[in-house]
Ligand binder design. Structure first.
Ligand code: NAD
Length: 456
């Protein structure tokens, strides 16, 4: 099948490279010339394991191409997947649909030039009603065609940054929201290769399924963080122990053949510094706005965000308590991206912590194993970015860990702490909980109440 993909971000490019690898002819389009040039040279514009190999393979085989020219990319193509960003509007909670509208208009203008049947499918995350109310409407106006003369579908994406290629290739489900059976059939053909459950549903159900998924993950994270706060206020408790007791409920860790199975969902039931990235915060906020617009209160989602916003602040307070004052102190911030395994800085709690530390007079030296010097420069981190863990930690008054990267857990803390001015470690992810640290290190994990002294 000849497929056009509009937008070469995490979703568009990974989808394109993976679809090309299973034999489709994929034409990716982006408005950014720089991005298109990079991809043409076989370079991924962001860190994602396995992506560059797939790009090279696809480009060499001729099955994958990338261009800024939508008209060329749509020649003889039967399907356009829209994968442009739907970020929150600046300073607001509702999504900015301008990229989506532009992409829909451009596709519609191309459709006006031919009478071939073509399906327009939204892969971007959009609130219920957007595919029909915005995309279909705009395509209709720009193409001069009626729905039915072109197909409409909504196909949400569930991949995770850091394991996007693997997630796409081993999807646990494919949700196809269809305006009619003919539109859905084209997507069913596209995904025929994949051996997983395929759910053919209404367009609005598909839109809402993506939000349901992200809202649940956010809820579990905020629940764990609220529990961490309660443990911090309760002498003699540790959130890690409380959580272990929770996990051992057979409904969460079923026993299979006598052995406990730990489903991956438990990784979201872990205390930390809060969720970030380009999806969870903006999607929970979009859902809140959607509820408000429809007169449906969403107090649970409101609380999820409230708890989330408080976590970075809490970790900065821990640093303040440990050091007395932050003024003039050097702090090594380990982890800047929103989680381990990615270089994505969008809505990163680590970045929020960095800014809060600087605002309180601290000098921050930030290191992230996945952040290249170039990406750090693009993000304006030149002043605080360190290319190695050793350089970041040397002469620091404290270390503050913001991602659970194994590099931090496996580091030589004997050597690192001896290079520090004051060996204080604040662990925002409980990443070093099972590491034996040198006795001189003052270690402050999250979710731990005041330690009770045991009576002899
Ligand atoms: P992104 O910001 O990384 O990439 C979007 C790309 O679209 C950019 O390269 C931009 O230049 C391009 N673009 C914008 N307007 C265009 C146009 N008119 N024509 C061609 N290209 C255009 O976005 P992303 O992270 O891939 O997310 C895309 C959508 O998928 C969002 O709605 C997001 O919520 C959703 N999503 C993201 C993830 C994720 O992990 N990042 C996972 C699932 C769903």
């Amino acid at each position: 099948m000849i497929v056009t993909i509009v937008g070469t971000g995490y979703v568009g490019l990974v989808t394109g490279a993976c679809l090309a690898s299973i034999g489709h002819t994929v034409r990716c389009v982006d408005v950014s010339e720089e991005r298109v040039e990079m991809i043409r040279a076989g370079q991924a514009p962001f860190y994602e394991p396995g992506l560059e190999e797939l790009l090279s393979e696809g480009l060499e085989s001729g099955r994958l191409s990338v261009t800024t020219d939508l008209a060329k990319a749509m020649e003889n193509s039967v399907l356009s997947l829209i994968a442009v960003g739907t970020p929150s509007k600046v300073g607001a909670l509702e999504p900015d649909l301008s990229y989506l509208e532009t992409a829909a208009r451009q596709i519609g203008e191309e459709l006006r030039k031919s009478s071939d049947y073509h399906v327009v499918a939204v892969k971007s995350t959009v609130i219920p009603g957007t595919t029909r109310g915005v995309v279909q409407r705009v395509v209709e106006a720009a193409s001069g065609r009626k729905p039915g003369e072109f197909g409409v579908a909504m196909n949400p994406e569930f991949l995770r940054e850091g394991s996007a290629v693997e997630d796409f290739r081993n999807s646990d489900r494919i949700v196809i929201g269809q305006a009619d059976a003919r539109s859905g059939d084209v997507l069913a053909d596209l995904y025929a290769y994949f051996d997983c459950e395929k759910l053919r549903v209404g367009i609005e159900e598909a839109e809402l399924t993506k939000y349901a998924s992200n809202a649940l993950l956010s809820l579990l994270i905020s629940f764990s963080n609220e529990l961490a706060g309660l443990c911090e206020a309760t002498a003699g408790t540790d959130v890690e122990t409380v959580m272990e007791g929770l996990y051992l409920d057979r409904r969460l860790s079923p026993a299979v053949d006598g052995a406990r199975v730990r489903p991956e969902i438990l990784s979201y039931l872990r205390a930390g510094i809060g969720f970030g990235g380009s999806c969870l915060p903006k999607d929970v906020n979009a859902l809140r706005v959607y509820g408000r617009l429809n007169g449906v209160p969403t107090p649970m989602m409101d609380a999820v965000m409230l708890t989330n916003t408080a976590r970075p602040v809490r970790v900065v307070e821990m640093a303040l308590k440990a050091l007395g004052s932050l003024e003039g102190k050097t702090i090594a911030l380990l982890g800047v991206a929103f989680k381990a395994g990615t270089d994505d800085l969008r809505s990163s709690p680590g970045l929020a912590i960095l800014q809060a530390l600087v605002a309180r007079g601290a000098k921050v030296r930030a290191f992230d194993p996945f952040l290249s010097p170039k990406a750090a420069e693009r993000a304006g981190l030149n002043g605080s970015y360190c290319p190695t863990l050793e350089l970041a930690v040397k002469d620091a008054d404290a270390v503050l860990i913001t991602t659970g990267d194994p590099v931090f857990r496996n580091a030589d803390w004997e050597r690192l702490s001896s290079s520090m001015r004051g060996p204080v470690v604040i662990d925002g992810r409980n990443a070093l909980r099972h590491v034996t640290l040198p006795a001189a290190v003052r270690y402050f994990p999250i979710g731990q109440g005041e330690q009770l002294v045991e009576a002899n």
